[in-house]
Design a protein around this ligand. Structure first.
Ligand code: PGA
Length: 249
């Protein structure tokens, strides 16, 4: 039985004061919720997340990680550094990084490998653009993105990983995939991984992301292959994020 997981992706939003309020509310509510909860915060706030959440069931993580172990890579943050700050998760291959910061399938795969080597659970984001969906190549795009990583790290590495299906056209747009549309892609992702290992495929948690809100979370999470959500905008509002966590519980 896969435990539902709800991850907040704060993106480049936050301040020490606002974070303290948000993290404190999540920490207070978490013990009553049956799902696993995590927040992926901007790098400078990892120390704050650790200090507020240390004695709570809420995990924290980063939104990116270097593919390099250390050295002359100005501006990069290594997986071992994230471990020092108690990160359980690191998002890799988010569509904003793919579209705005040149993150290719290959880079996402290397980042996945770097996180996994350090003992951080990568949250690999994959998903098609609106143009790709309209052209009918969603399955092709998603399986290409997934296979690029599978080919580099091997299926066994997915035993300690999470995949997030995030249709690019649904991110921050208020347009959500219907539960049936999302389920179709989630089932495909699981089948791709299960083709390498039935056991790893069956245990893999596949999150849906893209305009998840309290009003649509329940129907999405009710689908058989949707194991929770990666939440952007709604993760910044404590009552919305907690309502989504409640829907996953
Ligand atoms: P959204 O973002 O919930 O604001 O659509 C999701 C994401 O980008 O992970």
């Amino acid at each position: 039985m896969r435990q539902k997981l709800v991850v907040g992706n704060w993106k480049m939003v936050g301040s020490l004061a606002a974070n303290l309020t948000l993290l404190t509310r999540i920490k207070q509510a978490a013990p009553a919720l049956a799902c696993e909860i995590a927040v992926c915060v901007p790098f400078p706030y990892l120390a704050q997340a650790r200090s507020v959440l240390a004695s709570s069931p809420v995990a924290w993580g980063a939104q990116n990680v270097s593919k390099q172990p250390q050295g002359a890579h100005t501006g990069e943050v290594a997986a071992d550094m994230l471990i020092e700050f108690g990160c359980r998760y690191a998002i890799v291959g988010h569509s904003e990084r793919r579209a705005l910061y040149g993150e290719t399938d290959d880079k996402a795969a290397r980042k996945f490998a770097a996180a996994a080597r350090a003992g951080i659970t990568p949250i690999l984001c994959i998903g098609e653009t609106l143009e790709e969906r309209e052209r009918g190549v969603t399955a092709e795009v998603v399986s290409r993105q997934l296979h690029a990583v599978l080919a580099q790290v091997g299926v066994a590495a997915f035993a300690a990983a999470v995949v997030a299906y995030e249709p690019v056209w649904a991110i921050g747009t208020g347009k959500t995939a219907t539960p049936a549309q999302a389920q179709e892609v989630h089932a495909l992702i699981r089948a791709c991984v299960a083709a390498g290992s039935a056991e790893v495929g069956a245990a893999l948690r596949i999150l849906y992301g893209g305009s998840v809100k309290p009003g649509n979370a329940g129907e999405l999470f009710a689908m058989p292959d949707i194991d929770g959500g990666l939440i952007g905008g709604a993760s910044l509002v404590a009552e919305d994020f907690l309502a989504i966590c409640a829907a996953a519980s």
